[in-house]
Design a protein around this ligand. Structure first.
Ligand code: SF4
Length: 226
């Protein structure tokens, strides 16, 4: 074999190992989420959020680029975008709002629920904001925010996140493969919906959920990549 073909073969083998490693992570989370599907919604969401935080913390600690993450309290451009969540997260968000004594703006949720990911930005400016976004630009349900929000981290100037101003592809994201795979698995197993419709459904179902089931334990983070 020539040096070039040896290098190509090694590259191919490395890619195959990485693909198998990522597939195993995805399969592990889909298996865990499928097994947890019947458990109490709030426990499932809380456990998945704990697992997501652990994965992000682990991956941020080992990735030098994560030191440049610019997200911070009061920076809320991403809270004006369409956010996909799963039903257990909606139940937890409604619970958190009720616990905090925060009345959800049902009228805005109804209006927002008529929009899709593709049409979201066609709404009047005031309606694009997440119903949990406070007047100070901070999330009012931060501890219970969805995994889609937890894993959305940028390393570029926060001003570039303003959808009304930015150029396509101008926002630089830091991301964790495992966090992305975990969220994809959750959306696949639990079902994805935009936050407004999901919250309206959770508000209706709030009193009918099962209570008192033990919390599942989602076992992130994974072993190190080979
Ligand atoms: S839940 Fe909180 S972090 Fe997520 S979009 Fe709404 S205000 Fe922003």
């Amino acid at each position: 074999m020539t040096d070039d073909s040896t290098a190509a073969a090694n590259r191919q083998a490395r890619n195959a190992r990485k693909e198998a490693y990522l597939r195993a992570i995805y399969d592990r989370y889909t298996g865990q989420f499928r097994a947890a599907g019947d458990q109490q919604a709030l426990s499932v969401a809380r456990s998945a959020h704990i697992a997501m935080d652990a994965v992000l913390q682990r991956d941020r600690a080992k990735t030098p680029g994560s030191g440049g993450i610019r997200c911070g309290k009061g920076c809320s451009h991403c809270c004006h975008e369409a956010v996909e969540i799963w039903p257990q997260e909606a139940a937890l968000l409604v619970e958190a709002a009720c616990d905090a004594g925060t009345a959800l703006d049902r009228a805005r949720l109804e209006r927002q629920s008529r929009y899709t990911v593709d049409t979201w930005r066609q709404q009047p400016a005031a309606d694009k904001a997440c119903v949990f976004l406070g007047g100070d630009g901070a999330c009012t349900v931060y501890e219970s925010r969805p995994n889609a929000c937890r894993k959305l981290l940028v390393v570029t100037d926060p001003a570039l996140c303003d959808a009304g101003q930015r150029q396509p592809d101008s926002v630089g994201r830091w991301f964790s493969w495992e966090a992305e795979l975990m969220e994809s698995a959750a959306l696949e197993i639990f079902g994805a919906a935009l936050m407004p419709g999901s919250l309206l459904a959770a508000l209706q179902q709030r009193t009918s959920g099962a209570q008192g089931m033990p919390a599942p334990n989602f076992s992130g983070p994974s072993d190190a990549e080979p």
